[in-house]
Design a protein around this ligand. Structure first.
Ligand SMILES: Nc1ncnc2c1ncn2[C@@H]1O[C@H](COP(=O)(O)OP(=O)(O)OP(=O)(O)O)[C@@H](O)[C@H]1O
Length: 579
């Protein structure tokens, strides 16, 4: 998965990566050349008192050092550039892909996990790319080149390299192998912290109202402690890495000096060669350490790449058909034909054999007890879910065959829980139609009975709206989202329990204004109050996911027992309230 992610998203930066490779090759070669120049100064310059040679070779060393510095720095610069661009592209790609998800996929991953995947997970892989750009080439070249140069300096001591390198590699591999499972656990636990935090922030009022703060604090503390525990275990392993590497490095240096001193004593080696050998040994071991550093990052990046690819490879269950239809002969019709729907993983269908037709210019109302399937029914029209069997047609075409943009542009949905975005009143209303003029926005607000309170807000149309619309009341939020749908002027309006937070008088005024405005669109109203839906052209009575009555208010009163009971219960409630 990591390889796939890197291959896909690094492809556009081939040029940049080639530059990184060439520059780090130059930098590494230069670094490898320096110790042998140093050895020459000691053996041929200092020992023999040749000042000219010292100046000459010293000058070369200076030039090689400059090349090494420029090469390495530029490689890091271009590597960082490629890594940042890589991160940006992966984040963009995840975002666009998630936008195509239906409620089914969104529920499967959950918002907190999708956020972690698009931020923290991408960052981990991005870090690996950056480190790889800096070390991936320089580490093996330093290792191989260092070994060659060390043998060239003194073959007699090379057995030390053969002992030290595998020893270091084995020690580091052991530590890393214990880290990988912990990384997997850690990403999952970060998801949990995000989920708990998000739930508590969004539900803060409920938490306070029910005095659940101690419980919620404990819940967060537990999630937090679990992440800390895993991070500490990883940290402990990481912390042990450095001393282990340093121990082996220092032990190797002592061994080089010890055995080298004996060889110098017996005249088999010169002092300069010993200095160079020691430097090469340190360079080789450092490169092993750099390579292992990459190996530390790799397991976590692998886990993260798996999580990223899981999102990218999940196809939306409501994806468009092969050749989606964009234009239709009919306008403003919705037709359900024996539609049945079962939520993923559920045992029983929530909707059973639902059939009805909503015509343009007519109001179709849906009433039923809580949990009878009203929201689910209207969710099938904009394809938030697809019917499990049967058909759902919009403008005479099966919704699965309609182009998604074409489908959504025909529908003005006012959801049960209206959501406003951070911005202004106008920016929210223009979600419906970015081209709408201020006059059109005011018209929509007047119909939605929202003009009065928007006028009273400081700034009017430019009054600020906070994220989720939390700075306006529930009823105001409902009316603004109704206005947003009206600005769109769609062919099909869906009001999912959109009048519930309004008082009876406002509800009546709003529906009267809507009736006058919407003359040629199909209107589907989900309602709990009989008064809201009584004057609809057709009322569907839903019970346990099945339509048990269909007709006008008067017809249903005499033909549908469930409807008569609903009316009766609401009248009794009103009478009781009036008494
Ligand atoms: N995402 C979901 N996954 C599984 N089951 C669900 C999901 N959403 C709703 N349900 C179930 O489907 C049934 C119908 O829910 P739905 O929201 O459509 O009812 P409703 O008639 O709109 O209710 P209300 O009037 O309370 O809004 C309920 O039993 C509910 O538990």
């Amino acid at each position: 998965m990591l390889f796939l992610t890197l291959r896909t998203f690094l492809r556009p930066y081939k040029g940049l990566l080639t530059a990184v490779l060439i520059l780090s090759l130059i930098g590494t070669m230069a670094a490898l050349y320096l110790p042998s120049l140093n050895a020459r100064i000691i053996d041929d310059g200092v020992t023999k008192g040749d000042t000219d040679l010292i100046w000459h070779v010293g000058g070369i060393m200076l030039a090689v050092s400059a090349v090494q510095a420029i090469g390495s720095m530029s490689a890091v610069y271009f590597g960082a550039k490629a890594a940042m661009a890589f991160g940006r592209d992966v984040r963009g790609s995840i975002f666009h892909h998630v936008m195509s998800f239906s409620s089914r996929e969104l529920n499967r991953f959950g918002a907190p996990s999708l956020i972690t995947r698009n931020t923290n997970d991408v960052q981990q892989v991005q870090m690996l790319v950056m480190m790889a750009c800096t070390m991936l080439l320089s580490a093996p070249i330093t290792m191989v080149g260092g070994i060659v140069m060390a043998i060239r300096e003194d073959a007699g001591l090379s057995w030390l390299v053969a002992v030290a390198v595998p020893l270091l590699a084995a020690a580091v591999a052991l530590i890393i192998s214990r880290m990988r499972p912990l990384f997997k656990i850690m990403q999952g636990r970060i998801d949990t912290v995000n989920r708990v935090l998000r739930e508590q922030i969004t539900g803060i009022r409920v938490v306070r109202a029910f005095v659940r703060e101690p419980y919620e604090t404990a819940r967060f503390a537990m999630a937090n402690a679990e992440v800390t525990e895993t991070a500490t275990s990883v940290g402990r392993l990481m912390a042990s890495m450095f001393p282990v590497v340093m121990f082996i490095l220092n032990l190797s240096s002592v061994a080089v000096l010890w055995f080298g001193a004996h060889r110098i004593e017996s005249g088999q080696m010169q002092i300069g060669s010993l200095t160079a050998f020691l430097t090469y040994m340190i360079q080789i071991l450092m490169s092993v350490m750099m390579a292992t550093f990459l190996l530390v990052l790799a397991p976590r990046a692998m886990v993260c790449a798996e999580r990223i690819q899981e999102v990218l490879q999940t196809e939306s269950s409501v994806s468009a058909s092969g050749s989606p239809i964009t234009t239709t002969a009919e306008h403003g019709t919705v037709e359900f034909g024996s539609a049945t729907f079962t939520y993923p993983g559920a045992d029983h269908p929530v909707l059973r054999n639902v059939s009805f037709t909503a015509q343009p210019g007519q109001t179709t109302a849906i009433i039923g007890s809580t949990g009878s399937g009203k929201t689910t029914l209207v969710s099938l029209i904009p394809r938030l879910f697809d019917a499990t069997s049967g058909s759902v047609r919009v403008d005479g075409v099966e919704v699965r065959d309609l182009d998604q943009e074409a489908l959504w542009s025909r529908i003005g949905l006012v959801p049960q829980k209206p959501y406003l975005f951070s911005g202004t009143v106008a920016s929210n209303l223009r979600h419906g139609n970015p081209e709408a003029t201020d006059e059109e926005l005011w018209d929509a607000l007047r119909i939605a009975q929202a003009a009065d309170f928007v006028e009273a807000m400081s700034g009017g149309l430019d009054a600020p709206i906070s994220q989720g619309g939390t700075n306006v009341s529930g009823g105001q939020r409902q009316r603004l989202s109704i206005a947003r749908a009206l600005v769109r002027k769609p062919e099909i309006y869906i009001f999912d329990d959109s009048f519930s937070a309004l008082d009876v008088a406002t509800d009546a005024r709003l529906r009267a204004a809507l009736k006058a405005e919407i003359t040629d669109a199909a209107v589907i109203i989900v309602g709990q109050r009989v008064a809201t839906i009584a004057d609809a052209d057709t009322i569907l009575v839903l019970e346990d996911g099945a339509i048990v009555g269909q007709g006008t208010h008067d017809e249903l009163l005499s033909t549908c027992l469930t409807y008569a009971e609903i009316v009766d219960s609401q009248l009794s409630a009103e009478e009781a309230a009036a008494a």
